[in-house]
Design a protein. Structure first.
Length: 183
């Protein structure tokens, strides 16, 4: 049991170190050139819903990986990230299904090629570096629909505050958003 606790603790420390490293690098680059916009490529991995009768069909009808883009820029009182998901190859056009202060969900019909896909997706790389932290952006593929979810639940930004969603929109049929963290 002690070995499991140590292993689990080390895994948590490793994830926290990676998240803090990405945050520090981003903040240092913003301090070096405060007007600079920093592009960030978020790579999502897809995880199939396991069902015995459809396992093979689902694997054939789902993407394995895809990317969305965020840019990070400073603002007075914190930092802001602006994102967009050009997913017309997968589904579209997107519309906002629901939203509140903590999250927003966009939905679109999957392209015919992906209609049988039943899966989820989460961020697994940031600018090609492995990421095992909390995936504030996620996707679900089910019932011929794709759902992109931006969710700040469980996120912290310092001073016992959470990031806030500033914008949620659709541009040319694709989800767009911005969120901020306080200093």
């Amino acid at each position: 049991m002690k070995s499991f606790k140590v292993k689990y603790f080390r895994q948590i420390l490793k994830q926290l170190s990676l998240c803090m490293g990405i945050l520090v690098i981003t903040q240092l680059s913003l301090l070096a050139n405060p007007s600079q916009v920093i592009p960030i490529r978020l790579t999502f991995s897809v995880y199939h819903l396991y069902t015995r009768e459809f396992a093979y069909i689902q694997r054939q009808s789902c993407p394995t990986e895809f990317n969305v883009t965020e840019t990070s820029r400073p603002y007075e009182g914190g930092a802001t990230s602006e994102g967009s998901a050009s997913l017309g190859w997968l589904a579209g056009p997107f519309k906002i299904e629901n939203s509140d202060e903590f999250s927003v969900t966009w939905v679109a019909k999957l392209q015919a090629k992906y209609h049988n896909c039943q899966a989820t997706a989460r961020i697994t790389k940031i600018n090609d570096r492995p990421f095992n932290g909390h995936s504030y952006l996620r996707m679900r593929f089910i019932h011929e629909n794709a759902y992109l979810i931006l969710d700040m639940t469980g996120m912290t930004a310092g001073r016992d505050l959470m990031p806030s969603i500033l914008k949620q929109d659709v541009k040319d049929g694709n989800p767009t958003w911005s969120w901020s963290t306080p200093d």
